[in-house]
Design a protein. Sequence first.
Length: 237
Amino acid sequence: MIDVLARLATPNSDDQETYDEGARDRLQVVADRSRPVTLARDQTLPLIEPLATMFPEGRLRRGITVAVRGPGSTTLGFALAASASAAGSWVAMVGVADANLATAAELGVALERVAVMHPLPAQWSATVAAVIGAFDIVVLAPCHRVSAGDARRLMARARERGSVLITLVRARSWPERVDAELSISTLRWQGLGQGHGNLRARVARVDMTGRRELARPRQGEFVLPDASGRLVCALDE
């Protein structure tokens, strides 16, 4: 980006026509690289098959904000981004301190299209605003208190630019009502016998509530993740 902009200094007048054409070409390259991927159904992004049952269209609608809370929220956040990432979308992870990229890869996230950022709290809002629109999916895990004003502005920017915001809710809650909230509760662990064995997988229930087209409550049971690192429906186990 810096190299492209550096070449946009005003040229000599006799080279103006050649310069204008070259500058337009270089700017188009920058725009093409940062523009979110346009799919056949360009208003939505794909989901892995188990999670598709949780959303009315079986896909993530661009511009929505999704909150994920409970044990395994990072894993579920990765899973929400996996199919879109594999299809060519870029994913930004901002402030996700426990972002285990090996886990993300096992879930199907294409790591070559992932950017991980850890801004200071004072720069957090500006960083998120900058990546919205340049990335199809933005995964957030703020470790500080996000103001209601910042949350509203970021959600509005995501709606305008067509990015999906996924906020991982930890000790501090997201201050604004989101379009969909996924709450995870552990049902049981697999692999332990009577005093022996090793933990292999966690079976969890995911409850989804939301508003507008996502207002109807939905529920699913998933292995989060299974022994191979994938998210699957518990009924398939």
